[in-house]
Design a protein around this ligand. Sequence first.
Ligand code: SF4
Length: 264
Amino acid sequence: MLPERHTPLPNGSKDLPEGPVSHQALSRQVTKLNTELRHHAATDVLRAALTTVPRLTLVSSFGAESVVLLHLTSMVDKDLPVLFIDTELLFAETLVYQQELTERLGLRNVTILRSGNIAQTDPDTTLHQRDPDACCALRKTQPLQTALHGFDGWITGRKRFQSGSRAALAHFETEERGDEARPRIKVNPLAYWSAQDVQDYMAENRLPRHPLVGKGYPSIGCMPCTSPVKPGEDPRAGRWRNTKKDECGIHFENGKMIRSGALT
Ligand code: SF4
Protein backbone atom coordinates (compact mmCIF):
# COMPACT_ATOMS: atom_id res chain seq x y z
CA MET A 1 0.00 0.00 0.00
CA LEU A 2 1.32 3.43 -0.90
CA PRO A 3 1.68 6.21 1.66
CA GLU A 4 -1.05 8.80 2.04
CA ARG A 5 -0.65 11.95 0.00
CA HIS A 6 1.48 14.60 1.64
CA THR A 7 0.05 18.10 1.63
CA PRO A 8 1.17 19.09 -1.84
CA LEU A 9 3.16 22.16 -2.69
CA PRO A 10 3.71 23.29 -6.24
CA ASN A 11 6.65 21.50 -7.81
CA GLY A 12 9.45 23.90 -8.61
CA SER A 13 8.34 26.52 -6.09
CA LYS A 14 11.20 28.45 -4.57
CA ASP A 15 9.41 28.80 -1.23
CA LEU A 16 10.76 26.14 1.09
CA PRO A 17 8.52 25.14 4.00
CA GLU A 18 9.12 27.01 7.22
CA GLY A 19 11.58 25.51 9.67
CA PRO A 20 14.36 22.95 9.27
CA VAL A 21 13.65 19.28 8.63
CA SER A 22 15.80 17.21 10.98
CA HIS A 23 17.97 14.48 9.62
CA GLN A 24 16.41 12.04 12.10
CA ALA A 25 12.87 12.81 10.94
CA LEU A 26 13.85 12.42 7.31
CA SER A 27 15.73 9.18 8.06
CA ARG A 28 12.63 7.72 9.69
CA GLN A 29 10.58 8.63 6.64
CA VAL A 30 13.18 7.10 4.34
CA THR A 31 13.36 3.89 6.37
CA LYS A 32 9.57 3.56 6.26
CA LEU A 33 9.46 4.10 2.50
CA ASN A 34 12.26 1.60 1.88
CA THR A 35 10.53 -1.03 4.01
CA GLU A 36 7.16 -0.53 2.32
CA LEU A 37 8.48 -0.41 -1.22
CA ARG A 38 11.46 -2.79 -1.23
CA HIS A 39 9.75 -5.28 -3.54
CA HIS A 40 7.70 -2.81 -5.55
CA ALA A 41 8.18 -1.77 -9.15
CA ALA A 42 10.00 1.39 -10.18
CA THR A 43 6.73 3.11 -11.07
CA ASP A 44 5.42 2.39 -7.54
CA VAL A 45 8.58 4.01 -6.15
CA LEU A 46 8.06 7.01 -8.40
CA ARG A 47 4.41 7.36 -7.40
CA ALA A 48 5.27 7.06 -3.71
CA ALA A 49 7.97 9.69 -4.10
CA LEU A 50 5.52 12.04 -5.82
CA THR A 51 3.03 11.66 -2.99
CA THR A 52 5.48 12.04 -0.12
CA VAL A 53 8.15 14.49 -1.29
CA PRO A 54 6.49 17.88 -1.76
CA ARG A 55 8.85 19.40 -4.31
CA LEU A 56 10.49 16.71 -6.35
CA THR A 57 12.59 16.81 -9.49
CA LEU A 58 14.33 14.34 -11.78
CA VAL A 59 17.93 15.01 -12.77
CA SER A 60 18.83 13.43 -16.10
CA SER A 61 21.92 13.50 -18.29
CA PHE A 62 19.95 12.19 -21.29
CA GLY A 63 22.80 9.72 -21.58
CA ALA A 64 23.11 6.09 -22.61
CA GLU A 65 20.52 4.63 -20.21
CA SER A 66 18.55 7.74 -19.25
CA VAL A 67 15.63 6.92 -21.50
CA VAL A 68 14.45 4.21 -19.08
CA LEU A 69 13.82 6.52 -16.14
CA LEU A 70 12.54 9.28 -18.40
CA HIS A 71 10.05 6.86 -19.97
CA LEU A 72 8.89 5.59 -16.57
CA THR A 73 8.50 9.18 -15.38
CA SER A 74 6.53 10.15 -18.45
CA MET A 75 4.01 7.43 -17.63
CA VAL A 76 3.57 8.69 -14.07
CA ASP A 77 3.75 12.48 -14.39
CA LYS A 78 4.68 14.33 -17.57
CA ASP A 79 4.76 17.59 -15.61
CA LEU A 80 7.41 16.48 -13.15
CA PRO A 81 10.28 18.98 -13.27
CA VAL A 82 13.26 17.47 -15.10
CA LEU A 83 16.69 19.10 -14.84
CA PHE A 84 19.26 18.66 -17.59
CA ILE A 85 22.74 20.12 -17.14
CA ASP A 86 24.22 21.51 -20.34
CA THR A 87 27.92 21.88 -19.56
CA GLU A 88 28.39 23.53 -22.96
CA LEU A 89 30.89 20.76 -23.70
CA LEU A 90 28.39 18.02 -24.45
CA PHE A 91 28.28 16.08 -27.70
CA ALA A 92 25.96 17.62 -30.29
CA GLU A 93 24.25 14.21 -30.39
CA THR A 94 23.31 14.55 -26.72
CA LEU A 95 21.72 17.96 -27.27
CA VAL A 96 19.69 16.67 -30.21
CA TYR A 97 18.73 13.49 -28.31
CA GLN A 98 17.59 15.59 -25.34
CA GLN A 99 15.26 17.62 -27.54
CA GLU A 100 13.90 14.65 -29.47
CA LEU A 101 13.37 12.50 -26.39
CA THR A 102 11.65 15.29 -24.48
CA GLU A 103 9.22 15.73 -27.36
CA ARG A 104 8.66 12.03 -27.95
CA LEU A 105 7.96 11.29 -24.28
CA GLY A 106 5.80 14.39 -23.89
CA LEU A 107 7.77 15.75 -20.97
CA ARG A 108 6.39 19.22 -20.31
CA ASN A 109 8.70 20.61 -17.65
CA VAL A 110 12.33 20.15 -18.69
CA THR A 111 14.75 22.85 -17.58
CA ILE A 112 18.21 23.19 -19.10
CA LEU A 113 20.79 24.32 -16.55
CA ARG A 114 23.93 26.19 -17.52
CA SER A 115 26.61 27.86 -15.45
CA GLY A 116 26.69 31.62 -15.61
CA ASN A 117 30.40 31.77 -14.81
CA ILE A 118 32.03 29.89 -17.67
CA ALA A 119 33.18 32.92 -19.67
CA GLN A 120 34.82 34.35 -16.59
CA THR A 121 36.29 31.17 -15.06
CA ASP A 122 37.14 29.06 -18.09
CA PRO A 123 37.43 31.49 -21.01
CA ASP A 124 39.75 29.28 -23.07
CA THR A 125 37.96 25.98 -22.25
CA THR A 126 41.09 24.35 -20.83
CA LEU A 127 39.96 23.89 -17.25
CA HIS A 128 39.00 20.27 -17.92
CA GLN A 129 42.66 19.59 -18.78
CA ARG A 130 44.17 21.50 -15.87
CA ASP A 131 41.68 20.69 -13.11
CA PRO A 132 38.79 18.43 -14.10
CA ASP A 133 37.26 18.51 -10.61
CA ALA A 134 37.08 22.30 -10.79
CA CYS A 135 35.63 22.06 -14.29
CA CYS A 136 32.90 19.65 -13.14
CA ALA A 137 32.20 21.92 -10.17
CA LEU A 138 31.86 24.93 -12.47
CA ARG A 139 29.85 23.32 -15.23
CA LYS A 140 27.82 20.67 -13.38
CA THR A 141 27.79 20.77 -9.59
CA GLN A 142 27.27 24.47 -9.01
CA PRO A 143 24.39 24.96 -11.45
CA LEU A 144 22.71 21.79 -10.19
CA GLN A 145 23.04 22.69 -6.53
CA THR A 146 21.64 26.13 -7.24
CA ALA A 147 18.67 24.62 -9.06
CA LEU A 148 18.08 22.03 -6.32
CA HIS A 149 17.59 24.75 -3.72
CA GLY A 150 13.96 24.85 -4.77
CA PHE A 151 13.37 21.13 -4.16
CA ASP A 152 12.95 18.76 -1.22
CA GLY A 153 14.17 15.74 -3.15
CA TRP A 154 15.50 14.53 -6.48
CA ILE A 155 15.26 11.37 -8.51
CA THR A 156 18.38 9.72 -9.92
CA GLY A 157 18.99 6.82 -12.28
CA ARG A 158 21.68 5.21 -10.10
CA LYS A 159 21.69 1.43 -9.77
CA ARG A 160 23.31 -1.12 -7.47
CA PHE A 161 25.18 -2.91 -10.23
CA GLN A 162 27.11 0.20 -11.26
CA SER A 163 29.83 0.13 -8.62
CA GLY A 164 30.88 -1.30 -5.27
CA SER A 165 29.95 1.86 -3.44
CA ARG A 166 26.43 1.54 -4.74
CA ALA A 167 26.05 -2.12 -3.85
CA ALA A 168 23.75 -1.24 -0.94
CA LEU A 169 21.81 1.52 -2.70
CA ALA A 170 18.16 1.69 -1.62
CA HIS A 171 15.11 3.20 -3.30
CA PHE A 172 15.19 6.17 -0.93
CA GLU A 173 18.08 7.84 0.88
CA THR A 174 18.78 11.05 2.71
CA GLU A 175 21.29 13.42 1.21
CA GLU A 176 23.47 15.13 3.78
CA ARG A 177 25.32 17.91 2.07
CA GLY A 178 27.39 19.03 5.01
CA ASP A 179 27.27 22.72 4.22
CA GLU A 180 23.53 23.10 4.58
CA ALA A 181 21.19 22.35 7.47
CA ARG A 182 18.42 21.01 5.31
CA PRO A 183 18.86 17.44 4.04
CA ARG A 184 17.05 16.27 0.92
CA ILE A 185 15.62 12.93 -0.11
CA LYS A 186 17.15 11.13 -3.07
CA VAL A 187 15.01 8.62 -4.90
CA ASN A 188 16.54 5.77 -6.89
CA PRO A 189 13.66 3.91 -8.61
CA LEU A 190 16.10 1.71 -10.57
CA ALA A 191 18.29 0.81 -7.59
CA TYR A 192 17.63 -2.94 -7.89
CA TRP A 193 17.65 -3.16 -11.69
CA SER A 194 20.37 -5.18 -13.36
CA ALA A 195 22.18 -4.15 -16.52
CA GLN A 196 20.09 -6.73 -18.38
CA ASP A 197 16.86 -5.29 -16.92
CA VAL A 198 17.81 -1.92 -18.39
CA GLN A 199 18.54 -3.39 -21.81
CA ASP A 200 15.37 -5.50 -21.76
CA TYR A 201 13.23 -2.51 -20.83
CA MET A 202 14.60 -0.42 -23.66
CA ALA A 203 14.08 -3.24 -26.15
CA GLU A 204 10.58 -4.20 -24.98
CA ASN A 205 9.41 -0.59 -25.09
CA ARG A 206 11.28 0.17 -28.32
CA LEU A 207 12.85 3.22 -26.78
CA PRO A 208 15.28 5.29 -28.88
CA ARG A 209 18.92 4.85 -27.92
CA HIS A 210 21.39 7.67 -27.62
CA PRO A 211 23.02 7.73 -31.08
CA LEU A 212 26.53 7.40 -29.64
CA VAL A 213 25.80 4.06 -27.95
CA GLY A 214 26.02 2.35 -31.32
CA LYS A 215 29.36 4.04 -31.96
CA GLY A 216 31.11 2.53 -28.96
CA TYR A 217 30.05 4.90 -26.18
CA PRO A 218 28.20 2.90 -23.50
CA SER A 219 28.57 5.82 -21.06
CA ILE A 220 28.35 9.39 -22.30
CA GLY A 221 29.48 12.59 -20.65
CA CYS A 222 31.23 15.68 -21.96
CA MET A 223 33.02 15.48 -25.29
CA PRO A 224 36.57 16.17 -24.00
CA CYS A 225 36.25 13.62 -21.21
CA THR A 226 34.51 10.75 -22.99
CA SER A 227 36.14 8.26 -25.36
CA PRO A 228 34.85 5.08 -27.04
CA VAL A 229 35.12 1.80 -25.17
CA LYS A 230 36.59 -1.38 -26.64
CA PRO A 231 34.78 -4.74 -26.37
CA GLY A 232 35.45 -6.24 -22.94
CA GLU A 233 36.30 -2.94 -21.28
CA ASP A 234 34.31 -1.60 -18.36
CA PRO A 235 31.43 0.49 -19.75
CA ARG A 236 32.77 3.46 -17.79
CA ALA A 237 36.35 3.05 -19.06
CA GLY A 238 35.85 5.86 -21.54
CA ARG A 239 34.96 8.43 -18.90
CA TRP A 240 37.98 10.49 -17.81
CA ARG A 241 40.18 7.78 -19.33
CA ASN A 242 43.64 7.36 -17.79
CA THR A 243 42.75 9.41 -14.72
CA LYS A 244 41.54 8.44 -11.25
CA LYS A 245 38.43 10.52 -11.69
CA ASP A 246 35.20 8.65 -12.34
CA GLU A 247 32.57 10.91 -10.81
CA CYS A 248 31.54 14.46 -11.58
CA GLY A 249 30.77 15.37 -7.98
CA ILE A 250 27.01 15.92 -8.11
CA HIS A 251 26.38 13.28 -5.45
CA PHE A 252 27.07 13.63 -1.74
CA GLU A 253 27.51 10.84 0.81
CA ASN A 254 27.72 11.58 4.52
CA GLY A 255 28.09 15.25 3.77
CA LYS A 256 31.02 14.73 1.39
CA MET A 257 31.07 15.19 -2.35
CA ILE A 258 31.75 11.94 -4.21
CA ARG A 259 34.52 12.36 -6.77
CA SER A 260 35.62 8.78 -7.31
CA GLY A 261 34.50 5.23 -6.77
CA ALA A 262 30.92 5.93 -7.78
CA LEU A 263 29.07 6.62 -10.96
CA THR A 264 26.82 9.38 -12.12
S1 SF4 B 1 33.19 16.01 -17.63
FE1 SF4 B 1 35.08 17.05 -18.32
S2 SF4 B 1 34.43 18.78 -19.60
FE2 SF4 B 1 32.61 18.03 -18.47
S3 SF4 B 1 32.46 19.33 -16.71
FE3 SF4 B 1 33.65 17.52 -16.06
S4 SF4 B 1 35.83 17.97 -16.45
FE4 SF4 B 1 34.57 19.54 -17.50
